[in-house]
Design a protein around this ligand. Structure first.
Ligand SMILES: C[S@@+](CC[C@H](N)C(=O)[O-])C[C@H]1O[C@@H](n2cnc3c(N)ncnc32)[C@H](O)[C@@H]1O
Length: 382
């Protein structure tokens, strides 16, 4: 496909998204209908769509309106290209610019939904503008080294052998930032043999901060794909880890991931008894991961956020009784919003006076990678 044909494809997909279709579904539909598109074309169209969603408001202003065309015209202008050279109407190129599209408007101050801005600012204070700016850019890819499957030098050498270059991070021995070859990860030997797993830096830092002891029963209550359970198993194979999810289908990938990592993780339908550590990695707005899922930023509504806050509070109340005396509860979100983080914990502590908060950590793209929150609580007053 020519660059202009890729832009035409992105325009069609973006129009579907603006009509309410989820990004992944619209991309899949286009892929299936476009057998002529090679893997390079698919990756390029996907990048165009996601780049446009990250900066939806500013590109719409630059491109003359909120439409697939407006966003792609804005993207051309943002990148210093003349859209008239691309929008020629020749071959598979999009139709020439209309008079309105020839005149960009000044871009807005940030790429946040208007209703959310006050909360965003209150949650992030002096960092709010910088973090909003970073959320409009692509996110780096991180791997977590699994020492149970091979040494770090072995993992790095295997990755390099498959064309994947990584940089170590001073904050955490297991964290590797991918600097080249990210699209080759899932086919690489190091990944398939379980020496590395995909996991962002911030949840890695959170999991590394969890208190564990040999033989401890651990429950990952909202396990989903099992990212937190797998990180703990890689760190401490002697733990007895159980994984639960209200929707067991969400744990569908976990057995294969655990096999690759040689991790012992037992799926449980109904957690019972008491656990030394309960992880509640609750459903959230995902506002810390909007670089990776930028359409979620535009799909979130005040009502949706309120619904999430109610679910989070209900999960906290549900897991409280599963925590052993002197055991720990780790509340996690990939959100930057105070309402889902510290405010949620403050209310839980008001309802559950046998818990105390030990730590509260908020990672943002300024100091780590994705936005991520961890509150570590202990049951028992001292
Ligand atoms: C943020 S995701 C978990 C991500 C996962 N821990 C990981 O690291 O890959 C939240 C999960 O919570 C689950 N969930 C939602 N409501 C729940 C509830 N009431 N009890 C348990 N799990 C719930 C969802 O199905 C979803 O898989």
């Amino acid at each position: 496909m020519t660059p202009a044909a890729r832009i035409s494809a992105a325009i069609g997909i973006l129009d579907q998204l603006l009509d309410g279709a989820p990004a992944e579904r619209a991309l899949l539909r286009w892929s299936r209908a476009s057998r002529f598109a090679g893997s390079g074309d698919r990756a390029a169209v996907r990048d165009l769509v996601f780049d446009a969603l990250r900066q939806r408001k500013s590109l719409a202003a630059l491109g003359g309106g909120l439409s697939g065309r407006g966003l792609m015209i804005g993207l051309c202008r943002r990148d210093g290209a003349d859209p008239a050279q691309v929008f020629t109407g020749e071959g598979y190129a999009p139709a020439p610019l209309t008079p309105e599209e020839r005149h960009p408007l000044p871009p807005p101050a940030d790429d946040l939904p208007d209703w959310l801005r006050p909360q965003w600012r209150a949650s992030l204070g002096a960092d709010s503008a910088a973090v909003a700016g970073m959320m409009a850019l692509r996110a780096p890819v991180w791997l977590r080294h699994n020492p149970q499957r091979g040494s770090l030098p072995e993992a790095v050498a295997m990755l390099e052998g498959d064309g994947i270059v990584v940089a170590r991070d001073g904050r955490l021995a297991t964290a590797l930032q991918v600097t080249a070859g990210e699209r080759k990860i899932s086919g690489s030997r190091a990944y398939q043999d379980g020496l590395v797993e995909l996991q962002d830096l911030s949840p890695q830092l959170a999991c590394a901060a969890l208190p564990t002891a040999a033989g401890m029963r651990v429950l990952d209550f909202c396990a989903g794909g099992g990212g937190k359970a797998l990180a703990l198993a890689a760190r401490s194979p002697e733990l007895r880890i159980e994984a639960h999810d209200v929707d067991p289908a969400r744990m569908g990938d976990l057995p294969a991931r655990a096999r690759r990592a040689r991790a012992q993780i037992e799926p449980v339908r109904r957690p019972s008894g008491r656990y030394g550590l309960v992880i509640a990695d609750v459903p959230c707005s995902g506002s810390g991961t909007w670089r990776r899922s930028p359409d979620a930023k535009w799909r979130l509504t005040p009502e949706g956020l309120e619904q999430l806050r109610m679910t989070q509070a209900a999960i906290l109340d549900q897991v409280a009784d599963l925590v052993a005396a002197d055991g720990h509860l780790a509340y996690m979100t990939c959100s930057l919003l105070e309402a889902e983080n510290q405010a949620q914990i403050a209310r839980f502590l008001g309802r559950n006076q046998d818990f105390q908060q030990l730590t509260g950590s908020l990672w943002t793209p300024i100091d780590a990678s994705d936005g991520f929150f961890l509150a570590l609580l202990r049951r028992g007053r001292q």
